[in-house]
Design a protein around this ligand. Structure first.
Ligand code: IFM
Length: 470
């Protein structure tokens, strides 16, 4: 199939600091909550830790070489807060900051646009001991850290993503206790932590706007928790819209608790009713901070579920057929989740969308000739990208796609057993081997290099009236 996403479409891969860097105690870095969580017996599969991870810290040039070979024009990586500010606030660790300086220079030299994620879960342990996200000061601490990064990198970095998947670091980390810092808090407490994370997001946007040296493109990267229509019947489409944006469960697996404040300046009514007295106290001015104008809506979409209209409840989930394809993580393979997720989010929030993560865990290993065949990942990516193209054909304004992930890496509580990379990593030797999917992605990107352009601009470049209903 010929697909044309446009010459300026961002084709990238994504990673995060704790998952790939390693070097947990080198050059002045101090612990984050993930270092501490990994040391807790039973917290992570087989006691794996990110101490070495992929040793990206020591092999950064090699990894930039791989990105260059892939032909991506963008790379999304996160910064380790406690590598730059070992105590979370105060003294800057120049060696840590220098690492990111060199990374940015190396990427630009290779013709790859850096997209910096400012927070991807590795909260400084020292600040956790001062209350972490439960402390309202965390928004100020985050803004101070962001200022350090912006002062150093914003002469070259123009693309910023504030926080990654608040649903996970709050839901899994502060409600369910499955991720760092491993807390199972009462609703009023994890909701307060969530509110502070939203404030931190808003303060980060303000800091970038106020101090960046060149015009910046700013967004964030929540999870897309997607229901898609089982058929194209308008009643099923309405069912998907409702299912995607309604809050029915007392957990963090939804879109609107986070995205409505960020994009609309208020918590959703159904969420407030659901949480009742546990809902956070919103101080005067909070929502103005949280709802800073954004340039793009970054979204991480991996899977979703089909729904259809139901007279009784408005919508109901349609089961996958027995034996339907699933990833190694047991997530259903559902290309329509990307297609409809992007369409529905574009419709509701009216911001250009960037797919900041999409990919799959697979059981990959090198064969006797040293090749890594992963036809499942090629098929997955091909189907999801076709879905993305359909979303764009339907009018959704999509500006980029970042495959998760560049390298096999430390998959949080699953340790190293879930391999998400386009590039296989031998975690003993650290040898990198591009998988068949890496070759496929490289060819795919090369084939997209012609056709009409869709400008990836700064705020204001998108005509508000361009927003279309689906
Ligand atoms: O590895 C994670 C990433 O850190 C956040 N988004 C989902 C990925 C796969 O689970």
């Amino acid at each position: 199939m010929t697909r044309t996403f446009g010459n300026d479409f961002l084709w990238g891969t994504a990673t995060s600091a704790y998952q790939i860097e390693g070097a947990h105690d080198r050059d002045g870095r101090q612990d984050s909550v993930w270092d501490a969580f990994c040391r807790r017996p039973g917290a992570v599969f087989e006691g794996h830790t990110g101490d070495r991870a992929c040793d990206h810290y020591g092999r950064m040039s090699e990894d930039i070489g791989i990105l260059s070979w892939l032909g991506v024009n963008a790379y999304r990586f996160s910064i380790s807060w406690s590598r730059v500010l070992p105590d979370g606030t105060g003294a800057i660790n120049e060696a840590g900051l220098d690492f990111y300086d060199r990374l940015v220079d190396g990427l630009i030299e290779a013709g790859i646009d850096p997209m910096v994620t400012l927070f991807h879960w590795d909260y400084p342990l020292s600040l956790y001991h001062r209350g972490g996200w439960l402390n309202r000061d965390s928004a100020q601490w985050f803004a101070d850290y962001v200022r350090v990064i912006v002062d150093r990198l914003s002469d070259r970095v123009t693309r910023w993503s504030t926080i990654n998947e608040p649903q996970c670091f709050i839901g899994l980390g502060h409600q369910e206790g499955k991720h760092a810092p491993g807390l199972k808090l009462a609703p009023e407490d994890h909701l307060r932590a969530a509110h502070h994370a939203l404030l931190a997001h808003g303060r980060a946007v303000q800091t970038i706007r106020a101090h960046a040296k060149v015009p910046s493109v700013v967004g964030w990267a929540p999870i897309g928790h997607i229901s898609y229509p089982a058929t194209e019947d308008p009643a099923d489409i309405e069912a998907a819209r409702r299912a995607t944006f309604e809050m029915r469960n007392k957990d963090h697996w939804n879109n609107t608790w986070y995205s409505d404040p960020v994009c609309h300046g208020h918590y959703p009514e159904d969420g407030l009713a659901l949480w009742g007295d546990a809902a956070p106290r919103v101080e005067s001015g909070d929502m103005e901070i949280i709802s800073q104008p954004l340039d793009f809506y970054g979204v991480n979409i991996y899977a979703g579920e089909p729904v259809r209209a139901s007279e009784e409840h408005g919508w109901e989930v349609v089961s996958f057929p027995p034996g339907a394809p699933r990833t190694a993580f047991d997530w259903p393979i559902a290309p329509k989740s990307l297609e409809w997720g992007v369409r529905l989010l574009w419709e509701r929030y009216g911001l250009p969308v960037i797919v900041t993560e999409n990919g799959m865990a697979n059981l990959d290993w090198p064969d006797e000739q040293g090749r890594v065949s992963d036809p499942q990942r090629i098929d997955y990516s091909s189907r999801y990208l076709a879905g993305l193209q359909r979303a764009m054909d339907a009018g959704a304004d999509v500006r980029g796609y970042f495959h998760w992930s560049l390298l096999d890496n430390f998959e949080w509580a699953e340790g190293f057993r879930m391999r998400f990379g386009l590039v296989h990593v031998d975690f003993e030797t650290m040898v990198r081997t591009p998988k068949a999917s890496a070759h496929w992605y490289r060819d795919f990107i090369a084939a997209q290099r012609s056709g009409p352009t869709a400008k990836v601009g700064v705020r204001g470049a998108v005509t508000p009236g361009a927003r279309k209903a689906i």
